[in-house]
Design a protein around this ligand. Structure first.
Ligand SMILES: *Cc1c(COP(=O)(O)O)cnc(C)c1O
Length: 403
């Protein structure tokens, strides 16, 4: 499978993407910049997650991380369900072939049209505000089907050591735990079909003990709240938050203890709420390490002793790698050069935009690169194209491919 990499014609430092040299995939696409995703890495990641995990635990993919339709179609065959956060993502999930029963829809500020679309689709709606209930009841009436609802709870704790906190304290997400009992009474009165709870404490966490702690507290809180409604619990979505290593010094998450904890919770749930399932929803952990962003060196500039590799790609396609997607401190994503020289130098990788924010690599030790060389940004399978300001400065679109 790796044979082409050992051929005398292979470019320096080429990368293997599911058995093909990355540079050849770029030639096949006929353009840079591009995003390249490796199916075999997606398969491996889901297989590794399932290993030793109680088969009763449902693995969901959160489309927000990467909504490319071909990738979502691939994930739909690997996972048990898809999580969406807009009617646009809902359409992608349904087009990908996921059964509506296994799709859930979360997000603050769901528009009335979106809520009606979700009822029509028959997916589970994670209610985040009392405002949604009468709209769902009206949609149920109009369509003749009861809305399937779960309550997204804003817990009274947060996910320690998280890159991004999305629960605990005052938040726009979910319903404060203390307001949930009243909401459950209204769900009951309106005749909506209650199915469970959704708790999502935060994102990009590399500490297993913090994730375990949040899962245990989420479980306890959800079971306490479940006692407030006399409809049976069917789903308990404990969120995710699994992080991936982006920067030097980041240690990959150790998932085994998290799986053991989830297995124990699934066992406990079989007693506490027979027939209910534990769900976890992961975005970047499933897809982030399976993608590359590739651009080409257009110019090599020397400014007062510093080397700048000016490329045809930048923050307009990959905001996160430029450090402007919510990061407090800018750090470099891992970068490789294909077609560079044998010697190493310190260089900064920048894009073509007229802003100093357009920085993909700050003073990195890289193989010496001339115009024409390829720059590959690793860990780019999540929060890439769809999370970037692609219109900014009017440069060409980025293409994506799943290999
Ligand atoms: C963003 C989000 C996810 C995915 O987060 P990752 O860090 O990509 O795993 C999952 N669930 C909800 C509710 C989210 O908002």
């Amino acid at each position: 499978m790796n044979a082409p990499l050992h051929s005398p014609f292979t470019l320096a430092g080429d990368l293997d993407v599911n058995g093909q040299p990355l540079s050849r995939i770029v030639e096949r696409l006929g353009q840079t910049p591009c995003y390249i995703y490796d199916r075999s890495l997606l398969d491996q990641r889901v297989a590794t997650l399932r290993q030793g995990l109680d088969p009763r635990i449902q693995l969901h993919y959160a489309i927000k991380a990467n909504p490319m339709p071909a990738l979502v179609g691939h994930m739909a065959r690997l996972v048990d369900g898809l999580d969406v956060a807009s009617a646009g993502e809902l359409k992608i999930a349904l087009d990908a072939g996921m059964v509506p029963r296994e799709i859930s829809f979360a997000g603050p500020g769901k528009r009335a049209e979106e809520l009606t679309q979700a009822v029509a689709a028959g997916v589970l709606i994670n209610v985040e505000s009392p405002r949604e209930l009468p709209i769902l009841a009206a949609a149920s009436q109009k369509l003749g089907v009861p809305a399937r609802v779960a309550v997204r709870v804003n817990p009274d704790f947060d996910l320690r050591a998280s890159g991004m906190k999305m629960g605990g304290g005052a938040k726009q997400f979910g319903v404060d735990a203390e307001a949930v009992p009243a909401l459950l009474r209204e769900i009951h009165q309106l005749g909506l079909q209650f199915e469970g709870f959704h708790l999502f404490a935060g994102s990009q966490n590399l500490k297993a003990d913090a994730i375990i702690d949040a899962q245990q507290k989420s479980y306890a809180l959800a079971l306490r709240l479940a006692a407030e409604i006399d409809q049976p619990l069917k789903v308990l979505n404990l969120g995710g938050g699994f992080g991936i290593p982006y920067f030097p010094g980041d240690q990959p998450l150790t998932v085994d203890p998290i799986k053991q904890n989830l297995n124990a919770l699934a066992e406990q749930l079989a007693t506490d709420a027979p027939g209910a399932s534990v769900v976890i929803e992961l975005g970047r952990y499933m897809v982030g390490e399976a993608g590359y962003y590739v651009c080409r060196v257009v110019d090599r500039k020397l400014s007062r002793g510093q080397v700048f590799l000016v490329t045809d790609g930048g923050m307009h396609h990959h905001l996160a790698a430029s450090g402007n997607f919510g990061q407090v401190l800018r750090k470099n994503y891992p970068v490789s050069i294909i077609g560079g020289g044998p010697e190493t130098e310190v260089a900064s990788v920048v894009g073509p935009l007229c802003t100093p924010l357009d920085l993909l690599g700050d003073k990195m030790a890289l193989p010496k690169a001339e115009p024409g060389a390829l720059v590959v940004i690793h860990q780019s399978g999540a929060y890439g194209r769809s999370a970037s300001p692609r219109d900014f400065l009017g440069h060409p679109e980025v293409v994506e491919t799943l290999v």
